[in-house]
Write a protein of this length. Structure first.
Length: 378
């Protein structure tokens, strides 16, 4: 916003969101994109306002981590769309992308499906190339596929606006090693992010979940004077070992901060690990692709109290920590349930090798993911 020569207030609204050049690979051509070059969900996406159009003061969060642009919808009715803003003095890699949902225009012909399959392998990784059709579809899509690494692809359907839907939860995000390639893919597909989660793990528990409550009470999650709602989950009056969760905001509003005791959630009663997790949806909000390249700055910029998010984080360290806790918890349960029997078997069999040979089975326990094992062995 700036003041014109006649003293009136003028708001300049960018027409399009531009992703900065980052040295990312060249974006692939859209697989099955609309012939007119439309963007994903174009029938719902509001158009940009003419640059420099005077429309009065826009509502803004003060230190609330978002700016607003006025967009015009189907019936030529304007509405303000929030766009998350990064905190420039934080580290770009101070958080991890822990969930990603996108949609894009797509016609699921055999040729387009084959092209998309190759694009996923090239840009997401070979682990996303194992497409198996699900018996039950989701979100109104005619066909859904498990495509590997816990990710799901949905295509077709009468009420999906001609779009495809890609959902990559935390386990799949952990398999991605080059987010610049992901951004190149999504740019080429004209995709828009419909959900993004950014997570910060504090293994020493500082700041703690109690600190989160103190931040809330001091107005640290306040956005432009409106105190967001909160929810406390778990045993807050008496410790039960399962861990507590403190949530600020609501999923329906498109912005939710979730703080929970991750170590206890994994079964380690004395582990101080706390996760701070920002969940954004495209409810009256446009989530820029930059969140995938600079997740730390967007988590830090989400609320005034998040300025402590500064240090780079490591996906390997998170996997290692989860693996250590899962492994130790299963060993504890095995000792409690069968420790005495193993002691008897040692006496009967005469050696530990014979006991192991008698008990061992191929495979990995369902509760212990392969990524956990890899984390322990790294």
């Amino acid at each position: 916003m700036h003041t014109s020569d006649n003293g009136s207030q003028e708001i300049v609204y960018p027409v399009d969101h531009q992703v900065e050049e980052t040295g990312a690979p060249t974006a692939p051509p859209p697989a099955g994109a609309a012939a007119d070059g439309g963007t994903a969900g174009a029938q719902d996406a509001p158009r940009g306002v003419t640059r420099g159009e005077r429309l009065g003061e826009s509502p803004q969060y003060r230190d609330g981590g978002e700016r607003f642009e006025l967009r015009m919808g189907r019936r030529n009715q304007g509405k303000f769309v929030g766009i998350p803003m990064p905190r420039e003095d934080s580290s770009a890699q101070a958080a991890l992308t822990d969930w990603l949902n996108v949609t894009f225009l797509f016609d699921p012909t055999p040729d387009n499906m084959s092209r998309l399959h190759h694009q996923f392998i090239d840009h997401l990784g070979p682990m996303f190339g194992q497409w198996i059709q699900r018996k039950i579809s989701k979100n109104g899509y005619k066909q859904c596929f498990d495509i590997g690494a816990d990710a799901i692809l949905g295509v077709g359907g009468e009420h999906t606006g001609g779009t495809a839907w890609l959902s990559i939860p935390g386990g799949g995000c952990a398999q991605i090693t080059d987010w610049a390639k992901v951004v190149a893919l999504l740019t080429g597909l004209h995709a828009r992010i419909t959900r993004w989660d950014g997570a910060v793990d504090v293994f020493d528990g500082r700041p703690s979940i109690n600190d989160a409550v103190a931040f809330y009470q001091a107005g640290g999650f306040n956005a432009g004077g409106d105190q967001p709602g909160y929810r406390q989950i778990g045993s807050w009056l008496e410790e039960d070992g399962k861990g507590r969760t403190f949530e600020v905001g609501a999923r329906d509003s498109g912005k939710l901060m979730r703080i929970y005791e991750k170590g206890k959630q994994l079964g380690a009663l004395d582990n101080p690990w706390v996760r701070w997790e920002l969940e954004l949806h495209n409810t009256d909000r446009e989530i820029p692709l930059d969140v995938l390249l600079e997740p730390g700055r967007y988590v830090a910029g989400a609320y005034p109290c998040m300025g402590w998010v500064q240090d780079d984080v490591s996906r390997i360290e998170t996997i290692r920590k989860a693996g250590e806790i899962s492994y130790e918890q299963l060993c504890h349960q095995l000792r409690v349930a069968y420790g005495r029997m193993i002691n008897v078997m040692l006496k009967v069999e005469g050696s530990a090798d014979k006991v192991v040979e008698k008990l061992r089975r191929d495979g990995v326990p369902g509760r212990l993911r392969l990524s956990d094992i890899e984390g322990v062995l790294i």
